[in-house]
Design a protein around this ligand. Structure first.
Ligand SMILES: NC(=O)c1ccc[n+]([C@@H]2O[C@H](COP(=O)([O-])OP(=O)(O)OC[C@H]3O[C@@H](n4cnc5c(N)ncnc54)[C@H](OP(=O)(O)O)[C@@H]3O)[C@@H](O)[C@H]2O)c1
Length: 364
């Protein structure tokens, strides 16, 4: 097969607003390195990390909620998730589903033709558990908002599924993140888990994956999305910020505390969700879409014997676990919309507006 040499791609030219994302129709198709595979992209899921990297929200200079606009206070030394500068031009997009069409010189050519989804965690494969030697697909190297992309063959997970490419592109980032949070908090069938932002990509993953572990799940989300989150298995739903969280919990599940809070929202609601943790409870966090700076009463942390865990860089086993859950039908995709790649600005505007449940995907 003759491979194309130029392709369509969404190219990020620097930190800032949506105007930093340019649609190009003559971008070079990447060449796989020795241990890489070249993937023909079928679909690529959207994630907040794209928005955060573009806008520079990860910088300590930014203290506000994620808005999707550029920020004036971004520090040029720490604008990425890893706390270091990234280089431009950059193709973002972590959640690829596609087909391997070529391989590097050290990769078994029998992989050509396999259908894969991508694991976003780029590793030093001689030291794969070392979190200091990681990068993210679409941040430290080009990702999937294009017709073709390359990644190490160990980041391309073969998948056998009846789901469409767009459906499969909803899983990788959100579901591995959610499973990592639940693993860090040792969630099991005895737990009652409160999930913030339960209508979002990570939130809907947390609901399904906590239910898979046998836990009882209470979600928090905007009222108009409650029905769709209940359909994913949540036992009860609460508003984004109830006036009195403990009495709202008592009313809906018969108890005013939970054993685990799985939080990706942070912001003003933080103290209220910490206050409903039972003695010995666990708080696990992977995001702060409503604001990274929160009020913590240290007496609550130590007098109630709480455990706090953050979760970002994941062990490689979690990606493999997620593939097995998809193949066994234990988790289902929550695909709210698909946009063509050339309508990327429209797609990201809808993603930021957050009227949807689950995820939005682009197809090249
Ligand atoms: N650490 C990691 O590796 C990692 C990986 C993935 C994501 N994340 C982070 O996790 C966060 C969520 O990601 P996601 O992909 O799940 O996002 P998402 O799909 O955009 O969903 C976030 C949800 O949070 C709720 N929300 C949004 N703004 C809010 C606000 N100001 N106050 C209260 N609730 C708000 C919305 O629900 P309602 O409209 O229903 O209230 C929305 O559905 C982001 O900050 C993202 O960067 C981190």
């Amino acid at each position: 097969m003759t491979l194309a040499t130029i392709m369509n791609a969404i190219v990020l030219t620097g930190h800032g607003g949506m105007d930093k994302l340019e649609y190009r129709t003559n971008y070079p198709v990447p060449t796989p390195g020795d241990t890489d595979v070249l993937i023909k992209v079928g679909a690529c899921g959207m994630n907040n990390t794209d928005v955060n990297t573009r806008s520079g929200w990860y910088s300590k200079g930014v203290t506000e909620a994620t808005t999707g606009d550029g920020y004036d206070t971004v520090d040029s030394d720490d604008p990425s998730w890893g706390g270091a500068p990234i280089s431009f031009p950059r193709i973002q997009g972590a959640d690829v589903c596609g087909e391997i069409v070529a391989v590097g010189s050290d990769v078994d050519s029998s992989l050509i033709g396999e259908r894969v989804i991508t694991d976003g965690w780029l590793r030093d494969w001689n030291d794969p558990m070392n979190k200091d030697k990681t990068g993210y697909f679409g941040s430290e190297r080009d990702g999937g908002y294009a017709q073709y992309t390359v990644t190490d063959y160990r980041n391309a997970g073969i998948i056998h599924s009846e789901l469409t490419d767009a459906e499969l592109a909803t899983f990788s980032c959100s579901y591995t993140t959610a499973e990592g949070m639940l693993a860090r908090a040792n969630v099991n069938a005895d737990d009652v888990v409160l999930v913030t932002g339960a209508s979002g990509g990570v939130g809907s993953a947390l609901v399904q994956l906590a239910k898979r572990r046998g836990a009882k799940v209470v979600g928090m989300a905007s009222d108009e999305k409650h029905e769709s989150v209940l359909a994913l298995g949540a036992d009860a739903m609460l508003p984004r910020s109830p006036n009195n969280l403990s009495s709202a919990l008592k009313q809906c599940i018969g108890q005013s505390t939970v054993t685990v809070v799985a939080d990706i929202v942070g912001g003003k609601a933080f103290s209220a969700i910490i206050d409903v943790l039972s003695r010995g409870g666990r708080y696990t966090c992977s995001g702060a879409i409503a604001g990274p700076i929160v009020d913590l009463d240290l007496r609550t942390l130590y007098l109630r014997d709480l455990t706090f865990t953050g979760s970002t860089v994941l062990p490689p086993s979690i990606f493999k676990d997620i593939i097995s859950y998809i193949e066994r039908g234990e988790i289902k995709p929550v695909l709210s919309a698909t946009y063509p790649l050339e309508k990327f600005h429209e797609a990201q505007a809808a993603f930021i507006e957050k009227k949807h449940t689950g995820n939005i995907v682009v197809t090249p």
